[in-house]
Design a protein around this ligand. Structure first.
Ligand SMILES: Cc1cc2nc3c(=O)[nH]c(=O)nc-3n(C[C@H](O)[C@H](O)[C@H](O)COP(=O)(O)OP(=O)(O)OC[C@H]3O[C@@H](n4cnc5c(N)ncnc54)[C@H](O)[C@@H]3O)c2cc1C
Length: 434
């Protein structure tokens, strides 16, 4: 006989654990399914959790969650093959509550989040993959099929938090066919270094962390890079356009090797022992790829709903996953209590998201992915700015210093940037981020 719960949540990532937590807190019987042997075992990301969303849901997270370092230094870096230019921002306020962000390793962080859901009453079942949806006579989603023998689980609501591939949303008819231009591939390695060495190299105090976001350094492939400090490891990686990889016939591991050999990065990671290497897809297209968020008996949250914010200066997904998962859990509990789990009964989900940063940020930044991945932003502007700065600081005595305007014109010309491009892209950037 099939098992029965009021709700089943598929995927114990940040979205799924938050959905299960809010359902369990509302007194709903909820099963949290995870295909990995434990939560986080299959999950890969860069490394920073922006945790403000936890303040209300799990106060005390800063003391209790398994965090690596509180980020106090944020470096935004532009790279060409031989140059680098960085805006290096530090804030001691970020080293105190309310913290802005912290580095964390996903196996530990995701396990901790799932344990909070369990403590509230959710039943966590690992090493179990949801392979399909169960439907009732009217065609509404009424549970999931799993890969366990006879492993059907019936439920009034399914919350699909199964990550970027979104198999369940596709099966429910909520998401369209996959479009490769909507995805980037994240590739990352974790390098072990002594704790004190990390603090010395990155100029950090004990417990403080650094977050580097990098534009350029991806060869011919549109994308970007990152470098984060953990307690005794550093995470370094690239985010690469899938279509760009295939067009350039480039190999991600070769591009990552080039990044770690770059003169601006090599001294920071030198001598690190590789303890982890992995790759994972990122839903990059924001609003453009977002599926319908609810159907009869089903809600979709987190990466499965394309709710990752990858907009150049930001790479945030865990906070969007936690907030959308919590909203899905609350809306599902409300619908179960009202005895209406149709799409209409579940509309509280979208209403919650619309009044939070989750949809507000995606709507506001809807033009960002196209702008950030455009050829000029990726290649020509980094080159132009680095050339301009190099010329500005190269001392050519006995020749007198040239005017800055002349240098700027020269740098733009050398990088193939016209005045029209600057005006057009300036206006696009203003409309996108302004
Ligand atoms: C390289 C890279 C760097 C990133 N850097 C950052 C960063 O620094 N900060 C940040 O906030 N975000 C970052 N992100 C984005 C972030 O990782 C995601 O947005 C976030 O993990 C989404 O959470 P989720 O719960 O929706 O999905 P996931 O974290 O993907 O969780 C999905 C879960 O579902 C399970 N699952 C999948 N299918 C099934 C199934 N059929 N049955 C049962 N279980 C299933 C998986 O095993 C997994 O545990 C990065 C992503 C990548 C790839």
């Amino acid at each position: 006989m099939a098992e029965r719960f009021d709700a089943v949540v598929v995927g114990a990532g940040p979205a799924g654990s938050m959905a299960a937590l809010q359902l369990a807190r509302a007194g709903v019987s909820v099963c949290l399914l995870e295909r990995g042997p434990f939560p986080g075992s299959k999950n890969l990301y860069g490394g920073v959790v922006y945790a403000r969303v936890l303040d209300g849901l799990l106060p005390g997270w800063a003391e209790e969650a398994p965090l690596e370092r509180f980020v106090t230094r944020r470096v935004t870096m532009v790279l060409t093959a031989t140059q680098s230019l960085a805006v290096d921002f530090r804030s001691s306020a970020w080293g105190e509550a309310p913290y802005n962000g912290a580095t964390a390793l996903r196996p530990e962080f995701d396990s901790w989040l799932a344990a909070q859901a369990e403590a509230a009453g959710a039943v966590l079942v690992c090493s179990t993959t949801a392979t399909g949806l169960v439907r009732d006579g009217a065609g509404a989603v009424a549970g999931v099929v799993t890969d366990r023998p006879g492993g059907e689980i019936e439920a009034g609501v399914v919350v699909a938090c199964d990550g970027v591939n979104a198999f369940l949303a596709k099966q429910a008819g909520l998401a369209g066919a996959t479009d490769s231009s909507h995805y980037t591939l994240g590739v990352k390695q974790v390098l072990r270094l002594p704790e004190g060495e990390i603090e010395q190299r990155f100029g950090l105090g004990p417990g403080e962390g650094a977050d580097y976001e990098i534009l350029g350094g991806t060869g011919e492939v549109p994308g970007g890079g990152f470098l984060y400090t953990n307690r005794d490891t550093v995470s370094v990686g690239l985010v690469l356009s899938l279509d760009g990889l295939s067009r350039a016939e480039a190999r991600p591991e070769e591009l990552l090797a080039e990044l770690t050999a770059h003169p601006a990065i090599a001294p920071l990671v030198a001598g690190g022992e590789v303890v982890e290497y992995g790759a994972h897809l990122i839903p990059e297209a924001g609003l453009e790829m977002m599926p319908r968020l609810a159907g009869d008996g089903i809600l979709v949250a987190g990466d499965a709903a394309g709710m990752c914010l990858a907009a150049g200066i930001w790479l945030e997904g865990v906070n969007f996953a936690m907030a959308s998962g919590a909203a899905a859990g609350e809306a599902a509990a409300e619908a179960l209590a009202a005895g209406d789990t149709t799409e209409r009964g579940l509309r509280g989900y979208e209403a919650r998201l619309s009044s939070s940063f989750v949809l507000a940020d995606h709507r506001r930044l809807r033009r960002a992915p196209a702008l950030v991945l455009s050829e000029r932003v990726q290649r020509r502007y980094p080159e132009m700015v680095c050339n301009l700065v190099e010329e500005m600081f190269t001392v050519r005595n006995p020749a007198p210093k040239p005017g800055l305007l002349r240098l700027a014109r020269q740098a733009a010309r050398r990088s193939g940037v016209g005045l029209g491009d600057l005006v057009r892209d300036g206006w696009r950037a203003w409309r996108t981020f302004g």
